[in-house]
Design a protein around this ligand. Structure first.
Ligand code: BMA
Length: 341
């Protein structure tokens, strides 16, 4: 079998820990032994950090962190790290400005993603725009942050930007929803010439018949470009008599037409099993928001929120995870069609 490769930058200092020798090896993803990497009360005025995104930056790492303030309102904070594991946070919230340089702070902000396209870094999050909606801001230096005025209508969450333009357009995954604890939801794709105006919306994939994702799904980490297509780690949700359970799933989207799902893994890749995933503010949540990956070695570090309380780190290797997804792939006609009806 030919080796699957990541197409992208070499990140030789990608956080990494080999699969533990006592791991039964059932799944291609394993956890960092020292999890969680971010514990409770991580910064002044912040009770919990979870559902956060990180990226390599100038040989080190930078990230945008969902910080649940002690007044209960979520906001986004910038953090920096030498090793991608130990983080220091800026005391002040990220200071968003509008195009004219005036303050333009969202009322709240949560579940940020951080993606570099060409020479610009984009932060995408969920904010209040008469209900849950997608917020976007851009920066080139992590000092000034220009917030793009409400690019999507409410209600929508889980916006995930592709790390490069496809056919000359920016591409964004998102999950239209309601404004509450949405009991439904599929992943859609939208395109834009400029990050401001979005259209040509297409359906990518919906919930499946498998118990772990039979209620709703949502984009997770920015897709990873590979020789097999775009590798997407996403979240799948089921409902139980005591609440939702969020697991991590994997799919591979067509490289030129990413509304087409080539492979979709019928098993979860990670599901709440450890104390920091099962116990916390919201039990039984594993919520991926970012990866750091190294094209040369194929190593992938997955960052995920745990129980709406902590940040966990998990690892996989590109050939292993893609092979597993392909071997356990079940796709429907709705997955494999272009989704433009
Ligand atoms: C979703 C989002 C996430 C959260 C999850 C579980 O609706 O609000 O931020 O992790 O619920 O509570």
């Amino acid at each position: 079998m030919s080796e699957v490769k990541i197409i992208g930058a070499n990140v030789p200092n990608v956080p990494w820990q080999d699969r533990p020798s006592d791991d039964k090896g059932r799944l291609p993803v394993w956890r960092y032994k020292e999890n969680p990497i971010i514990g409770r009360n991580p910064a002044e005025g912040v009770a919990r950090i979870f559902n956060s995104a990180v990226i390599p930056y100038e040989g080190k790492f930078i990230g945008v962190f969902r910080g649940e303030q002690t007044n209960g309102i979520p906001y986004i904070y910038l953090g920096r790290s030498e090793d991608g594991i130990h983080w220091e946070y800026e005391k002040e919230k990220i200071p968003f400005k509008d195009e004219d340089g005036n303050d333009f702070m969202p009322r709240y902000a949560y579940d940020p993603r951080l993606v570099k396209v060409e020479d610009t870094y984009y932060i995408i999050w969920c904010q209040d725009f008469y209900g849950a909606a997608i917020g976007v801001a851009k920066t080139q230096d992590f000092k000034t942050f220009t917030r793009i005025e409400n690019p999507f209508l409410p209600f929508n969450r889980n916006a995930v930007l592709f790390p490069r333009k496809i056919n000359g357009k920016f591409m964004m995954l998102s999950r239209p929803s309601d404004s509450g604890h949405t009991p439904f939801g599929d992943i859609f794709l939208s395109e834009s010439p400029d990050m401001e105006y979005w259209g040509k919306h297409r359906h990518v994939m919906g919930k499946s018949g498998k118990w772990w994702e039979n209620l709703k799904i949502g984009g997770g980490a920015a897709p990873i470009e590979t020789t097999e297509g775009w590798l997407l780690f996403y979240h799948g949700v089921t409902g139980t008599c005591s609440g939702y359970v969020y697991s991590i799933g994997g799919a591979i989207l067509d490289i030129d037409n990413p509304s087409v799902v080539k492979y979709r893994c019928e098993t979860f890749l990670l599901t709440p099993e450890e104390w920091y995933e099962e116990r916390g503010f919201v039990p039984n949540v594993t919520f991926p928001c970012a990866t750091i990956h190294d094209a040369k070695s194929g190593k992938i570090a997955i960052y995920y929120g745990s129980a709406d309380t902590y940040v966990g780190l998990a690892f996989t290797e590109i050939n292993e995870v893609v092979t597993y997804i392909k071997e356990h792939s079940v796709v429907t006609g709705e997955d494999t069609e272009i989704g433009k009806r």
